[in-house]
Design a protein around this ligand. Sequence first.
Ligand SMILES: [Zn+2]
Length: 470
Amino acid sequence: MTPFVLLLFLVASPQDTGASKTQPRPPDAPAASTRDTATYRRVKAHLDSVPAIDTHDHLWPFDKLPGYVETEHGRGMNLAGLWRNSYYTWNHPLTAWQPGQKFDDWWAKAKHDFVNARAASFYRYQLPAFQDLYGVDFDRITDAQARELNDRIYRNYLEKRWLYEVVTEKANIELMFNDPYWARFDFKIDYPFGVLVFNVTTLVEGFHPSEFKASADDPYVFAKNKNLPMKSLDDYLTVLDRLFQEAKEKSAVCLKTTLAYQRTLRFENVSKDRAAQAFGRPRKELTEDQVRDFEDFIMWRLVELSAKYSLPFQIHTGDARIQGSNPMLLVDLIAANPRTKFILFHGGFPWVGETGVIVLRHGSHVWIDSCWLPTLSYTMAKRAFHEWLEMMPSNKIMWGADCNHAEGIYGATEFTRRCLAEVLAEKVDRGDLLEEHARRIGQQILRDNALELFPQLKERLWKRKGKLER
Ligand SMILES: [Zn+2]
């Protein structure tokens, strides 16, 4: 961009309103950080204006949101629920909410819980929601503000409208992929902005019906409902195929697995005979090796079905069972299945460089999803975006909020827009990227890359029409 054009842009750009949604900074802070630069503000304003395609969330049906507690006014959402059902509680304490208790009694104890979390991304990612949606600086919150905040949260969740408002307007999300791990084979979309994901995590355990606790997650229940036999491994493979057909008919756009929470991501190419040894027998009659053989065999079949039904495969990589979640463990499976589109979730945190090199080598059919990454570590996410954009084409990266309530989704979205804007502004100010290209890249990650990989979503876009069918 020439200086003349830049000048025009500065004067005329409608986006350059100077309205920054960042946390207030101390008045005596040096003006050296990226977020103080005019470049950042312009890039950020542009990214804020991009209606995002969020490729990963867990937004339960409104009446079943996991954050609800028994308040003194009845069941509903409150401040305790928002924190408990956030990532904060994964490694920080939170005073338990007692059913029906008075907010002041809970807060008197809970306000001290945050003392060791102040710098943690698992704490900080929710702060933009309190700041921007409620005007509260949570780092400096007073008792009176906490009480008022709690009341407002409760009132907001009396109506589903709040979710719509926060997700589609405040967070400016146009479509949101929803991973319904609470009812995997119901194939239901609970929100008009929702995009159905087919969660296949439990299917690798299909060697025996005793593996399944909930009917909506149970392939044996599915088979029975469809009058399909389940007497052999071949029967099971037929049922898997039918599940894929059903998912496709119900408009699922991709697969998702979180197996990294329970086992290694190294899947051997096991023979059918070896896998068949486990079929029809309960876990207590099987060795660990036999169970793993079955899981490995089914995972390979799922990867093949992913290609057959054109359902790209979102795979949780990184932080889970850390012994076995390095995305490098997937490389043989990826290399052997070039027709399957793999999406490596969470950037493989903390192995973000390894994840990058997998895309470098297998980029024709591998993408990165940065969902959850800025929430895990804002700075590592910045490093990852910086490095990935230097290693791979800019149409390989997506993002998602990965949360289960409106405030978490808002916070994670704002965190991501901020993080991306910082990275892009730094590259621009260093002279390594033109600002117009930075804007385009930001828009690709937030929106265009998902539409390129999932072109069927173009039919579901509604923002330009201005109306969401409810
Ligand atoms: Zn998730």
